[in-house]
Design a protein around this ligand. Structure first.
Ligand code: ADP
Ligand code: MG
Ligand code: MG
Length: 886
């Protein structure tokens, strides 16, 4: 029989699929004998069944009742019991943490009667009514669907009427009045009364949490974090403990290390006389966790002990929610905490140093995406000037953008390509779209564990929070600094998330420490040392080689500094541009062989020099040179412009320039409706006489020049867009002829492997045949994706990809992350059949995917020998190739 409910003492941390992260870790803390209020968890199975069928699965509610009875027995009181009520929280918790994205309801079990009992038992009327108004507010918004803002408005009105700067100034009477207001609000808005039956409250809250899995913000968050939509959430029901019982009570959030920098030591926020939600919501200003030592030394000591226990147990940074009820500490949540890229590298290295984890484990805990983030530029310390304001450095990095004051505006402007900084008093889950759109988030309230900080760190966005000096006015769409400077919406500001500072205008940027390390090997701080260690570890375990796509000697040199083991794709088309265009034009327009040969002869020394330089920069390492790929008309003037020019001349009754007329005639002749599928790649070589010979001669002569100079050139010649082995056979004969010719002439034997790109489905499907002629394969996954899906990349991305992503046709653009089922299948077929013909066939990939983490893992599994990517992605690919091999 399926079981839908587990008591905390029955679960374990490795049951997160079933119990959600929160439920599993509460169970784990219970096993570790930490002080956890008792409770039980309804499984994700139950959630999926409920969401699928629209009704609770059979047996679930009986199981819930049984576990509730046990909870009541252990507490010695019943849920909502009139004279001494047991109260519970109903908490959401999915497999992957989705901070604040789903619902939680506290203080379930209170009603018009039990609130009186709670007041008597606790000796505090204020506490009882504060708890009741929290329940009605949370229940009203999350379960009954009343807009949360309506409750906030009522609260604000009351505070104004009572002249109360914050909710602590409201007394029991005020709060009792507020409960009435809230109840009326619910009735007006929904036509239904707030339910007085505790059992009904519990049941409705559980179902509401299930439903919140499909709430809009939860869905948006999942899409962004690539969390599958079909996991469902678990629901945890837990005895309440009260942080709002007076000055000797409170709630807090703690991290065992700084999640922004990774520095060891306690870190977090504490708020006296508050329930948990208040800390994260930034409603009142929190105090730093270390202050707790002066407020309640005993609880602080216990908390530090528990933090140490958890970090040792999980062998990682943990974040923790806790509550102190009249001097007694309770642990309410823990998990392996989210962290910035900087902290991920620093903590992993530190834990290795402490002997807690192995270097392999450390490598598993960092990511290529994180490394890419560390390579972004920083603000130039000499160019910053006086900051407009200081806040908390909640998520590091440098961001420049225009200030905007709400989520919708951020989205609107970002869609037009503008870079924006979202400025809010504090953020709520409703601000998520704006945070996704923004470069940085700036708030004037809330601590380093506020919503803004947690979410920004999770997304790798820059964040400065709690900039209390700023007067943020979202109505007037501006903020003011203490000296009276007013910054209006649309003004450019710079946000330094590492220093916690905000500047007017766009501050100049410099290379980051990680970038300096990659460029020079210089290790300037702990994070760079950690990056260096991770890369060394990756290099020692990876099987995939990493090459770079580079067309110039300068790119080749940079790639080499970044650790590239050769060039996987050297495109020759840029060598046909600029001043050389004229020569190319002559070649294309040549009427006689002699004319064409003259043009080609003029191009030859230029190409030779390009190749010589690149081979020098990559001396000793393979350089894969691709013969010309794009259709030739790309090198001719624009057809429409030219036609207009010629027509205008004729309209003036003048004779068109004969050269122009001839050019137009040629452009018209060569025009293609679908150039991507037209005369390009190997097809050019087969129909344009002399082109391949010139290119191969340039390569061969460059090899000769480098050899004579004492170098060790390793040129490889790659034929693009082959679909049939015959194409390659013909082209290869020509290549071999020219190589032999140059060897003969120079007396230097030139041996260049000749291979092909696999970038058409037909090439992949006939790879066994193609391998008869190819000494290596390189997957051109950009074209292979285009031709497999029938997507024109230049057209589809803007036209409908975002709709496709929304509708879940694919989880990520297949141009960014390889489509494993379709394009990936072709890759596997080609690898298998290619190697069946030619064992040991060298196989790489040179599409954009070569630098994409998920794709790198795929290529590792598919058995490729190397990936090739842009120079800046080389360190990322090295790291991910290492992680793939773990
Ligand atoms: P989230 O996933 O958004 O953090 P939680 O389920 O953790 O939601 O609950 C929100 C807040 O309520 C947290 O601060 C949590 O510590 C607090 N809380 C949850 N359950 C209890 C409880 N039984 N007693 C006291 N506070 C609780
Ligand atoms: Mg929580
Ligand atoms: Mg291609």
């Amino acid at each position: 029989m399926v079981r839908y409910v587990y008591d905390f003492c029955e679960g374990r941390h490795d049951m997160a699929d079933l119990l959600g992260g929160k439920g599993a870790n509460l169970a784990e803390m219970t096993r570790l004998r930490l002080p956890v209020p008792p409770g039980f968890t309804v499984t994700t199975d139950a959630c999926r069944a409920f969401l699928g069928a629209g009704v609770e699965p059979e047996g679930m509610s009986d199981e819930v009742s049984r576990h509730l009875s046990a909870l009541e027995d252990s507490a010695g009181r019943r849920l909502g019991q009139q004279d001494d009520p047991l109260l519970v929280s109903v908490r959401s918790g999915a497999r992957f943490s989705m901070p604040g994205m789903m619902d939680t309801v506290l203080d379930i079990g209170l009603n018009d009667d039990s609130v009186v009992g709670l007041a008597e038992m606790s000796g505090s009327d204020r506490f009882a009514w504060d708890s009741y108004r929290r329940l009605v507010q949370m229940f009203g918004s999350t379960v009954m669907g009343v807009d949360a803002a309506r409750f906030e408005e009522a609260m604000t009105r009351l505070k104004e009427a009572c002249d109360a700067p914050d909710d602590l100034y409201l007394d029991a009477n005020d709060l009792a009045g507020l409960v009435e207001t809230y109840k009326q609000l619910i009735l007006d808005e929904t036509g239904q009364a707030f339910p007085q039956s505790p059992a009904e409250q519990l049941r409705l809250a559980i179902l509401a949490v299930f439903r919140s899995w499909n709430g809009e913000r939860a869905r948006l968050y999942r899409r962004r974090e690539q969390i599958p939509d079909d996991l469902g959430t678990a629901v945890t029901v837990q005895r309440m403990v009260y942080g709002n019982l007076g000055a000797d009570s409170g709630s807090g959030v703690a991290f065992t290390r700084d999640p922004a920098t990774g520095r060891p030591g306690p870190y977090g926020d504490y708020l006296a006389n508050a329930q948990g939600e208040d800390v994260v919501a930034g409603i009142r200003n929190t105090v730093p966790l270390t202050e707790l030592e002066h407020i309640d030394a005993r609880s602080y000591r216990q908390l530090r002990d528990h933090m140490a226990t958890l970090e040792r147990h999980y062998r990682d940074l943990c974040d923790i929610e806790f509550t102190i009820e009249r001097g007694t500490l309770w642990m309410l949540q823990t998990r392996v905490g989210k962290r910035t890229a900087e902290a991920a590298f620093a903590i992993a290295a530190e834990l290795v140093e402490e002997g807690q984890i192995t270097p392999e484990e450390a490598l598993a805990r960092v990511s290529g995406e994180g490394l890419a983030r560390l390579m972004f530029p920083r603000f130039d310390a000499d160019a910053t000037g006086e900051p407009l304001a200081h806040g908390l450095p909640a998520s590091p990095g440098a961001a420049v953008g225009v200030a905007v004051f709400d989520s919708a505006e951020a989205v609107r402007r970002a869609e037009t390509g503008e870079k924006v900084v979202l400025v809010r008093q504090e953020t709520t889950p409703d601000d998520l779209p704006g945070m996704v759109a923004a470069e940085a988030v700036l708030t004037n309230r809330g601590g380093k564990t506020s919503h803004a900080a947690v979410v920004a760190r999770g997304m790798g966005k820059v964040c400065v929070c709690g900039a209390e000096d700023l007067a943020v006015n979202t109505e007037a769409r501006c903020f003011a600094t203490p000296d009276g400077t007013v910054v209006q919406e649309g003004t450019v500001i710079s946000v330094d998330g590492s220093a916690g500072a905000v500047y007017a205008g766009a501050v100049a940027q410099v290379a980051s420490p990680a970038m300096r390390y990659l460029e020079t090997g210089e290790r300037t701080d702990g994070v760079t040392a950690a990056v260096a260690g991770a890369l060394e570890q990756a290099d020692s375990v990876r099987r995939l080689e990493v090459r770079a796509n580079a067309d110039t000697a300068e790119d080749a040199r940079r790639a080499r500094r970044f650790g590239a083991q050769g060039i996987g794709l050297c495109r020759t088309e840029h060598m046909f541009l600029g001043e050389r265009r004229k020569l190319v034009e002559e070649m294309i327009l040549a009427r006689t062989d002699a004319e064409r040969d003259r043009a080609l002869a003029a191009l030859l020394p230029l190409q030779r020099q390009d190749f010589t330089d690149i081979l020098a920069a990559m001396d000793g390492l393979p350089v894969t040179i691709r013969l010309l790929d794009p259709p030739l008309h790309e090198f001719l003037p624009d057809r429409t412009e030219l036609a207009v020019r010629v027509a205008a001349t004729q309209a003036r009754g003048e004779q068109p320039d004969p050269l122009e007329a001839e050019l137009l005639e040629a452009v018209n002749r060569m025009h293609e409706e679908n150039p991507m599928l037209g005369l390009r790649g190997v097809r050019l070589g087969l129909v344009v006489p002399g082109l391949v010979a010139m290119q191969v001669r340039a390569v061969a002569e460059a090899v000769v020049a480098r050899t004579r100079a004492g170098g060790s050139p390793q040129a490889e010649i790659m034929v693009p867009l082959v679909g049939a082995v015959e194409e390659l056979r013909i082209e290869r004969t020509e290549v071999a002829r020219v190589l032999a010719e140059v060897s003969e002439e120079s007396g230097v034997p030139v041996r260049c492997p000749v291979g092909t790109m696999i970038e058409l489905p037909r090439a992949a499907l006939t790879a066994g045949r193609i391998a008869e002629e190819a000494e290596f394969f390189s997957f051109g996954t950009n074209d292979l994706t285009q031709t497999t899906w029938g997507f024109s990349r230049d057209d589809v991305e803007a036209a409908f990809f975002s709709a496709y992503l929304d509708k879940g046709v694919f989880p990520a653009s297949p141009f960014e992350t390889i489509d494993p089922d379709g394009v990936g299948r072709l890759v596997r077929i080609a690898v298998d059949e290619g190697r069946a013909t030619r064992p040991g066939l060298k196989i790489g990939v040179c599409g954009e995917h070569g630098g994409d983490p998920d794709s790198v893992h795929f290529f590792h599994t598919a058995g490729l020998d190397y990936v090739s990517c842009s120079p800046f992605r080389v360190p990322v690919a090295r790291l991910e190739a290492g992680r793939a091999a773990l």
